[in-house]
Each structure stands twice: as structure tokens, then as C-alpha cells.
Write a protein that binds this ligand. Sequence first.
Ligand SMILES: *[C@@H]1O[C@H](CO)[C@@H](O)[C@H](O)[C@H]1NC(C)=O
Ligand SMILES: *[C@@H]1O[C@H](CO)[C@@H](O)[C@H](O)[C@H]1NC(C)=O
Ligand SMILES: *[C@@H]1O[C@H](CO)[C@@H](O)[C@H](O)[C@H]1NC(C)=O
Ligand SMILES: *[C@@H]1O[C@H](CO)[C@@H](O)[C@H](O)[C@H]1NC(C)=O
Ligand SMILES: *[C@@H]1O[C@H](CO)[C@@H](O)[C@H](O)[C@H]1NC(C)=O
Ligand SMILES: *[C@@H]1O[C@H](CO)[C@@H](O)[C@H](O)[C@H]1NC(C)=O
Ligand SMILES: *[C@@H]1O[C@H](CO)[C@@H](O)[C@H](O)[C@H]1NC(C)=O
Ligand SMILES: *[C@@H]1O[C@H](CO)[C@@H](O)[C@H](O)[C@H]1NC(C)=O
Ligand SMILES: *[C@@H]1O[C@H](CO)[C@@H](O)[C@H](O)[C@H]1NC(C)=O
Ligand SMILES: CC(=O)N[C@H]1CO[C@H](CO)[C@@H](O)[C@@H]1O
Length: 479
Amino acid sequence: MAVPIVVCSLLSFLPVHGAGNGIPIKIDTNKIAGQTHDMFVGVTLDLETIVRSNWGYMNTSSQKIKNLAQALSPCFLRVGGTMSDHVHYDVPYQTDVWPTPEDKNLTASNWDRLNIFSRDVGWKMIFGLNALRRINNVWFPFNARDLMNYTSYKGYNITGFELGNEPDYFPVNVTPPELVFDFLQLYGLVKEWPYFSNSLILGPDIAEMVNPRGYQYYHEFLKYGGRDGIDYATFHHYYFASGGAKLEMFINPGIMNSIWVPIQRAVSYANETVPHRKVWLGETSTSYNQGAPGLSDRYVAGFLWLDKLGMTAKHGVEVVIRQSFYGENYSLLDFNDTNPNPDYWLTLLYMKLVGSKVLNVIFDSSSYVRIYAHCTNTKVPKYQKGSITFYTMNLSNATVDLLFPQFPGAELEVYLLQPKGTQGLTSRGVTLNGVLLELTEEDEIPNLIIPTVQTDSVSFPSLTFGFIVIPMANVTLCL
Ligand SMILES: *[C@@H]1O[C@H](CO)[C@@H](O)[C@H](O)[C@H]1NC(C)=O
Ligand SMILES: *[C@@H]1O[C@H](CO)[C@@H](O)[C@H](O)[C@H]1NC(C)=O
Ligand SMILES: *[C@@H]1O[C@H](CO)[C@@H](O)[C@H](O)[C@H]1NC(C)=O
Ligand SMILES: *[C@@H]1O[C@H](CO)[C@@H](O)[C@H](O)[C@H]1NC(C)=O
Ligand SMILES: *[C@@H]1O[C@H](CO)[C@@H](O)[C@H](O)[C@H]1NC(C)=O
Ligand SMILES: *[C@@H]1O[C@H](CO)[C@@H](O)[C@H](O)[C@H]1NC(C)=O
Ligand SMILES: *[C@@H]1O[C@H](CO)[C@@H](O)[C@H](O)[C@H]1NC(C)=O
Ligand SMILES: *[C@@H]1O[C@H](CO)[C@@H](O)[C@H](O)[C@H]1NC(C)=O
Ligand SMILES: *[C@@H]1O[C@H](CO)[C@@H](O)[C@H](O)[C@H]1NC(C)=O
Ligand SMILES: CC(=O)N[C@H]1CO[C@H](CO)[C@@H](O)[C@@H]1O
């Protein structure tokens, strides 16, 4: 598989699209479909990895890890997870001295290490505070205050605070109004320190917008005053559980479409309670519970990830934070050897090529070809304003030809990502236009901006994904 040759006989499987073979793709040049944050894609680290696994093999002093992290910056780093609700901050000058088991103890040295690393690689940290340290079902904020005091003393920048990870799955019942009260306490706490006056507050980090337990919680939290305590509304998303994950689920258009309802609810409920309140997808990956080994860390994971980026950007989500940079099977880096998984390269290429203005794509096709368009990210020196970037995947069994009749004769710069190795879709290796992506011998990031140039049409082999840039497309919306 994965040979970029147009096999004409297979094209007969495709629906007929007017004249000629191939699918004509157009964009709406009258208005943009949406606009994301400049730092649309962020990453997470789970506190579990830091506290319980003592960072695994993530050596934050090593140049390799720094290079891998720095390549993604500037971006948000969100630190949270289930453990963040229970953890005790063991910083100097403590006013909260509850006994804490060793494995729920965030030491000052780990906090230092996290902040120094994040600062050194240019990440913007969002930190989830320990909402389940409660007395009479009210958040007991003294330990958080200790952490803030220490943090301001050390001069670490915290871009944002969260309070409580997935309250719809808290092991104790905290109602939306009760959580609102806790957020108002957090709001007061942050205001106590002029040092944190620019720090954002984000929440409520709902786990499951597909079931009423989750979306009603989200809605009521915002309705009963949570909107006054937050700058951005957050929800989480996973398509399915890691346990039952199968290869077919990663290339299934129905599963890809299933994110639409959660997005729609998150965006419309936020807008309903506070018009124009922006929504962030605060933690997300393919399958929950650490990811599925052999799938979430392989080429095939890229289909759901790329599609999620397209769906969220198009439907009004401002920031998407990928679980995780390091620590689980769905991480961008492998747990054991810290080498980049295919999704690392996909994420990096996405950040480089895709700008924040989202365009509407007009095309007539089966659901097996998915395509999104944005203005090109012109921070990459190669590309000027007016350029556009498509990203697309072919989920069909046949090669698909994409045509761009709006831009006759334009050069089409193609970045095709394909699996490398005998395992096909479950390969750990990924090639960009045929060249295996890997760190250089000096552990540096290779140059990714090496497209192949085509005109008139681009062939996408079966079960591949990639990007197409039309430089100098002169699209007014992108100027
Ligand atoms: C981490 O990286 C630093 C710098 O390369 C090195 O000196 C140190 O030995 C490494 N630590 C471990 C545990 O490998
Ligand atoms: C947290 O860990 C540090 C270092 O291991 C230790 O000195 C401290 O006593 C621990 N704190 C708690 C509350 O267990
Ligand atoms: C805050 O930290 C300083 C030292 O950095 C300490 O002197 C002070 O007592 C702390 N304040 C509180 C309220 O803990
Ligand atoms: C913290 O953020 C402020 C404002 O963005 C910036 O001026 C300052 O340099 C940052 N400090 C560090 C240590 O990164
Ligand atoms: C948000 O609400 C405003 C005012 O109620 C409305 O005009 C706008 O269309 C809504 N936007 C979205 C994305 O729902
Ligand atoms: C990967 O998944 C397996 C199976 O669920 C689990 O045992 C393992 O701990 C996970 N590995 C990581 C690094 O999360
Ligand atoms: C890491 O190594 C362990 C032990 O060799 C193995 O069981 C596990 O599958 C490996 N994990 C990954 C994500 O490669
Ligand atoms: C696509 O390939 C799969 C697996 O080889 C096969 O089951 C399916 O029938 C094929 N579909 C079409 C439309 O050719
Ligand atoms: C965009 O404008 C430039 C300069 O005027 C021109 O050379 C180029 O052909 C135009 N591109 C398209 C797709 O028309
Ligand atoms: C299984 C599969 O991928 N089937 C699709 C292959 O592609 C054609 C053309 O896009 C679709 O019609 C099939 O359903």
C-alpha cells in the first residue's frame, strides 16, 4: 500500500464528480468559517507522570527533550489529570499541613523542575489546582495559596489556573453551584496577588459532553455563575475507551463525526450564558485510559487527530490541548525511548503550515475523503499572506485525485505523510514525501518544509493524510 500512483481502474470505485476523474475542491472566498487562537494546539503533562512515575524517562535536562519541546513552542502546556485534584503541594512556608501519602506529594523540586523546563522551552503553563481538598464540601484553598506564594517568590509565570479535573466524574458529589463557589474563591485568590493579575482562569474541564451527566454539569456550572469566574470554558474529549480499541475505529468516518455533538454543546452553551465566550478543548486524545498500545502511538492515530483539529477549528473551538506530550501510550513521545511518535510529526507540521483563520471548503464527495482549509501560517518564512493550506485524508481503498479549479495553473505544494515499514497503518515510522522523519544525529529537528510541487491535481493514496499549500493563492480573506 501507500504508493503514490494513480491507479485508474480503482477510480471507478469513486463516485462520479462531473467531468473528469477526481474531486474538485473549492473554498468559500466570501467569509471565514472561524478563527482559532494563534496557539491553537497545546500539549498536556499528567501530574501522574510527574509525581507517581517521577517523570518516567523524560529527562528535562536533556537537549533532545528540550529540542522536541521547543519545536512546538510557543504553545500552552496544561498540567492536570485525575491526580491533580488530590495532590498536596509540598512547598516551603505551608499553612496546610494535612497528612499526605507520599504518592500524592508534589515536591517543591518537582514544581521547580516543571516551571523551569516550561519556561526554558517557551511553553505557557496552565495548572490544575487540587479541588478535592475540601472541608464541608467547600474547597480548602490554603495549600493552593502556599503554592502561589512560593510561585510568585520564585518568579514562575503561570498563564492559567484550573480547578478540578472532570467534576462530572469526581469520586465525591460536588454540585455545579458548589463548584461555582470554589471558582469564585479561586478568582479571589488570584486577585490577592498582583503577580497573577494576568493569569487566566479556565474550567470546568468536563469529561463527557456526550452524556447528560457531563453536559448538564457544564451547562449548570456556566448558568449558576461559573461564567463570572472563568475566562475560557473547557471540556475534554476522547472518542472511545482504550480497552476495546480496534484499528478500524481509527479510520471510521462515523467516529470522526461523533465529536460534532460535544463541540456543538460546548460552544453553544457557553455562548448562551456569556455571548462570545470562547471554548477550549482542554484535554483530548484518541482513547481514554492511557491510550491503546500499538494503535494510539502509531501512524493510524493521525487520522483521528488531524480530523479532530479540523472539526474543532471549524466549529468554534479556540484552543485544543493534546493529551499528552509524554507519559502514556497516546503521547507524542514514546514512553520508553522518548523518540517522537507519528503524531508528534503531524502536530509539528500542522503548527507550521496551518494558520488561525479557518475557511469553508466546498466539495462533493463520499465521507471517505475529509478535507479542511485554513489560511496558511505565514510565520513560516516560505509562505506569504494570501496563501492557503488544505489538510486532508483519504479513508477510501482507492487513490483519490484532488483538483483545485479555483486556482488554475497554481503550484500545489504537497506534504504527504505515509507509514514507513511493513506494519502499514500500525507502523511507528512516518515518512514525509517519502523521507523518514527522525531526529538528526545531534537530536535536532529536521527541516519539514520540503514539499513536492504539483500542478492541477494532487493524488492521495488510500489511507494516507497530508497537507497541500497553495502559495500566493491571493485569497483576500488571508491577506
Ligand atoms: C539527563 O540529561 C543530562 C544532560 O544531558 C545528563 O547529564 C543526565 O545524566 C541525564 N540524566 C539521566 C537520569 O539520564
Ligand atoms: C513530600 O516529599 C518530600 C521529599 O520526599 C518529603 O521531604 C516530605 O516530607 C513529603 N511531604 C509529605 C507531606 O509527605
Ligand atoms: C510567603 O512566602 C514568604 C517567603 O517567600 C514567607 O516569608 C511568607 O511567610 C509566606 N506567606 C504566607 C502567607 O505563607
Ligand atoms: C513572565 O511573563 C511576563 C509577562 O508576559 C514577562 O514579561 C516575563 O518575562 C515572564 N517571566 C519569565 C521568567 O518568563
Ligand atoms: C452567540 O450568541 C450571540 C448573541 O446571542 C449570537 O448572535 C451568535 O450567533 C452566537 N454565536 C454562536 C457561535 O453560537
Ligand atoms: C499502555 O497501555 C497498557 C495497556 O493498557 C498499560 O498497561 C501501560 O501502562 C500503558 N503504558 C503507558 C506508558 O501508559
Ligand atoms: C516499554 O517497554 C516495556 C518493557 O519492555 C514494554 O512492555 C512496553 O510495551 C513498552 N512501551 C511502549 C509504549 O513501547
Ligand atoms: C476496502 O478494503 C477492505 C479490506 O481490504 C475490504 O474489506 C473492502 O471491501 C474494501 N472496500 C472497497 C469499497 O473496495
Ligand atoms: C497571485 O498574485 C501574484 C502576483 O500578482 C501572481 O504572480 C500569482 O499568479 C497570483 N496567484 C494566483 C493563484 O492567481
Ligand atoms: C471500506 C472503505 O473504505 N470503503 C469506501 C472506499 O472508498 C469508496 C469511495 O470513496 C467508498 O465508496 C467506500 O465506501
